[in-house]
Design a protein around this ligand. Sequence first.
Ligand SMILES: Cc1cc2nc3c(=O)[nH]c(=O)nc-3n(C[C@H](O)[C@H](O)[C@H](O)COP(=O)(O)O)c2cc1C
Ligand SMILES: [Mn+2]
Length: 458
Amino acid sequence: MTKGQDLRDALERLAQAGRLSRVTGEVHPKFEMAAVLAQQPNRNVVIFDRIAGSSMRAVGNVVDRINYAISCDIEPTLEASLDHITRGLEHPIEPVLTAEAPCRDVVVTEGIDLAAQLPIPTFFEKEAGPYISADIVIAKDPETGKRNVSMNRLLLLGPDQLMIGMSPSHHLHQLKLKAERLGKSLEVAIAIGNHPAVLVAANAYVDLGVDEFAIAGGMLGEPLRLSPGVTVDVEAPAGAEIVIEARFESGEYYEEGLVSEFHGMYVDYGKSPVLRVTAVTHRNDPYFQFVLPGKYHEHFLMGGMAIETTLLWNIRKSVSCAKAVYITEGGMGRCHAVVSLANPRPGEGQKAVFAAFAHCNLVKQVTVVDDDIRIDDPHEVEWAVAARMRAQQDLMIIPGVRTDRAEPLVDGGTVAKIGIIALRQQEAMPLAEIPDDVMNNVKRNWDRYKIRPADDYT
Ligand SMILES: Cc1cc2nc3c(=O)[nH]c(=O)nc-3n(C[C@H](O)[C@H](O)[C@H](O)COP(=O)(O)O)c2cc1C
Ligand SMILES: [Mn+2]
């Protein structure tokens, strides 16, 4: 039986696991959707049933580590998610075309009016307007025909116009340049409402020419089903909730002004390209998926879970004893990595630090620990630093390393990076442990102790 590859399959599983919350009162798209998600007390998925000015429902907070595990039917552990995403990187499965496409239940090519059709939220005070935030953008290399998938913020400019945020170092920008050199205008399909595995795959740092949909297929264990475009020669997931088709307006740019970044501050990236929308298609009664951007966990995790897995994959190429990588939320889901090594030889910790910096500009602090440390437990990692790091020789400070353009410290594109080697020494004091057999017996016979909540102490 298929586990499902659509957002709805994930929502079904999440509902069964008790991970859904519904907002039944009316919510305004201007700041209010953001304020509800920001103050939602747990990490449940949140469905918004009634949004002012729209007949469409919305859903946010879909990606969180537990929600991801439930959606993908894997154990809720770091190791399981690393394995799941690594499977996609190592054993990609090519997508297939299908004629059965719920995302084409409704097709609009005339009189497009995005603001009227979609409940697009405005998130932060000083931003220029409403943003579509949980979309994936699909494009094809105009020379090779190879597909690329990425997540890009889309600012609503007019009834059929969007500004698209794209870093000059990302693949979409390179494809746009290629198209311009060939005198063509690049076409895109924008899919909103996707399975968490598809969203994480879109964030994978892989080479130009690698189809992120094939990675998603490898993760899900079945080919992603795609539907051909209606007005563009670009396919979109057949089970997406909403698909917007568009092409770049040649030579047109929009001065965006301030926009939030993952560090929770505003940045000003200047001008960004403009897209002209040629079609909007959607399911019957679709969910408009959105992510609260800025310093919020879903934004951290969509990128962070992909980054930690591609980091592990790349570190292993030069440090084969690398066991796991964790990107912390405190480090904004981007900047701080913890790496565990299994019985490393002298100097392999340092090599892992260099490999991490070489792979990803965003990462600026790498803590290396042994594999007896649970790297997704900040207390255990801090224990390793307290117990095992000798600051005079285990602390690496490497000045002037290339950083990401979103780097919170403004320093001309470079920043000092830190490696913390918190690995056990040969001569370390032995760990004080309770005998294994007793620990196991107690665990096995837990019920025998009749432990119960107590309301008195006498
Ligand atoms: C919620 C979210 C929003 C994002 N927005 C943008 C964006 O506006 N521009 C951009 O260049 N990258 C953005 N990214 C990051 C890219 O999607 C990501 O780096 C991706 O791997 C780039 O694709 P590529 O490797 O094919 O170039 C965003 C990521 C997330 C999780
Ligand atoms: Mn790519």
